[in-house]
Unconditional design. Structure first.
Length: 575
């Protein structure tokens, strides 16, 4: 019996209220903690948030890359090299130091289409001389004489200068035979015959109109009127050669078209295709133009030709109606955008060529920082105004609650979107923009906390412990902040924890809409904003899914913790 009594007394001693362990067990915060850790969802949420903090703040320290570091690479890609079009329009090669304006060119086309031989433009007379359907000579015309027909007699009178007998004879023959073109002493004339009179013009060659495209063996060679006219005459008259400026030129018809040789070396080639390189410093030689022409004729989509360095280069053709685009495959130094996950970039790269994993880490810092700063500011404002309204009541309560009503009527999301657009227009720096965003979100978010604090204050100020503080003569500030507010802290912790998830979601939505955190800063929202394009969203899932998962895990974590704290602080919860 003695042993049993001793054991009983020992157990009673262990359960004594004076025992330090027993006091610890009965501690309210210990009970809250015990209830909290029994909640599996709360523990899961705590693990989520701890993991996100490690990922964002520790991961950002150990990652080898910077937040805005851009990665580049060399890649083989096709670039536009030249444009090709099949020519069906006249090209004009004009005499040196002379002009043939666009208006005159248009009038020439109208004249040819109407089967006329002359046209007037700005007090000038032009005569077109048809050599072939695709070859015309355009002449300046100056009036020199007028012929009057009186019976069988024809009287030719000069306009400005005296006339030779040869001219008079040829002019009369022209009237009798109704001829328009004639030549006298190496000078060419054109006549317009009417019923009563004829007008004679001396014509001088101004331009060649041809549908042939002249390409030369050297980029410094330009179209020359005399050369082109001699080539066109040689083709029309089927001559094999001609001389010009002491040089002998041979005109040969080959399978590739008409080629002109100067001193037995190829000098020019006539094509029906206009080929223009994209860059002015690039020259397409005659051989390459033949290859392009043959590729077009044979409907080839791809061909190989040596580049300027003598290396084989791959080219491809795209056709659109009568136009082709020539693209060249080149090794190009470019941004490593939308690179798939690899050993170097575990989650790949985004559209700016930045490491996505690093951006997610730094983005977590921004999102979490915004969440905590906004909640702290709105809690500070809400506690002060709600405490004053609930404790003092009457005028102060009515005033503060009307202010709360006004703030509750403000559409926060449209207001922030408008403010973000204004900052875009003013080109506000990203750092300033981030601070403004946090202040505005906090300034618009405190009314809910103020209402909760006011309600709790109205309830607690009538309790006995508050009556005791008033009886002891404590200052009002001490009554509120030392005895009243501490009793509201459990509810504050719960509502702040739940608000964190909402603030992070709001920041993500704003950044996704493009009015939140701006580049080069990263946030989970603006990472997703980079894939607003449907093609990118469907083709590069690795860009936006990790950011979405980070938002999901963080918000779920805070919500789980908030629910767990609410249950833990509930006095009706069973132990």
């Amino acid at each position: 019996m003695t042993n049993k009594n001793n054991e009983y007394e020992k157990e009673v001693d262990e359960l004594s209220l004076d025992d330090e362990q027993r006091v610890k067990i009965l501690s309210p915060w210990a009970m809250v903690f015990k209830r909290f850790i029994r909640n599996k969802l709360a523990i899961t949420g705590s693990i989520f948030i701890f993991a996100m903090f490690l990922f964002s703040f520790v991961g950002g320290l150990i990652t080898p890359y910077e937040e805005d570091q851009v990665f580049t690479k060399y890649d083989e890609m096709y670039k536009i090299f030249a444009g090709v079009s099949e020519n069906d329009k006249f090209k004009y090669i004009v005499e040196d130091d002379k002009e043939f304006s666009l208006i005159n060119q248009s009038n020439f086309i109208l004249t040819v289409n109407s089967s006329k031989e002359y046209f007037e433009s700005k007090d000038e007379m032009f005569v077109t001389e048809k050599i072939d359907d695709e070859y015309y000579i355009v002449n300046n015309a100056n009036e020199v004489a007028i012929a009057m027909s009186i019976g069988k007699n024809i009287n030719v009178s000069a306009s400005d200068t005296s006339l030779t007998d040869d001219f008079n004879e040829m002019a009369k023959n022209s009237v009798k035979q109704n001829e328009t073109f004639f030549e006298v002493n190496s000078k060419k004339y054109y006549a317009i015959h009417n019923r009563k009179n004829s007008v004679f013009y001396e014509i001088k060659e101004l331009a060649v109109a041809t549908k042939n495209i002249y390409s030369y063996s050297d980029k410094d060679i330009e179209n020359n009127f005399l050369f082109c006219k001699n080539v066109e005459d040689a083709i029309y008259n089927q001559h094999k050669s001609f001389e010009l400026d002491g040089n002998n030129y041979e005109v040969k018809l080959t399978n590739d078209g008409t080629e002109v040789f100067k001193n037995n070396e190829i000098y020019a080639s006539l094509l029906k295709f206009q080929m223009e390189p994209i860059y002015e410093d690039v020259f397409i030689d005659l051989e390459f133009k033949k290859v392009i022409k043959n590729a077009i004729i044979n409907n080839l989509n791809e061909f190989i030709y040596k580049d300027q360095n003598g290396n084989d280069a791959v080219y491809r053709l795209y056709r659109q109606n009568l136009q082709w685009t020539v693209e060249k495959q080149e090794s190009t130094y470019l941004v490593d955008a939308y690179s798939a996950p690899s050993n170097k970039h575990w989650l790949g790269t985004d559209g700016h060529g930045m490491d996505l994993l690093t951006r997610l880490m730094y983005g977590g810092r921004i999102s979490l920082r915004i969440g905590f700063i906004v909640v702290i500011i709105e809690t500070f404002i809400g506690v002060i105004l709600g405490g004053v309204a609930g404790y003092f009541g009457k005028f102060w309560d009515n005033l503060i609650m009307r202010i709360v009503d006004i703030f509750n009527c403000i559409p926060s999301l449209p207001l922030i979107i408008i403010l973000g657009s204004v900052m875009d227009q003013l080109r506000v720096a990203p750092e300033v923009r981030l601070n403004v965003l946090m202040l505005v979100m906090a300034f618009l978010g405190w009314p809910g906390i103020a209402r909760m604090v006011r309600g709790q204050t109205l309830f607690l100020r009538e309790q006995e412990f508050m009556t005791a503080t008033e009886a002891t003569g404590l200052d009002v500030s001490k009554r509120i902040f030392k005895h009243l507010i501490p009793n509201i802290i459990p509810q504050l912790i719960v509502i702040c924890t739940l608000s964190l998830g909402g603030v992070i979601l709001m920041e993500s939505v704003l950044s996704f809409l493009g009015v939140g955190v701006k580049f080069p800063f990263a946030s989970w929202g603006n990472i997703i904003n980079a894939v607003s394009n449907v093609f990118v969203m469907s083709s590069y899932l690795f860009v936006w899914i990790p950011a979405g998962m980070c938002i999901l895990i963080t918000v779920l974590g805070f919500n789980f913790i908030g629910d767990g704290l609410r249950d833990a602080f509930d006095p009706k919860m069973k132990r």
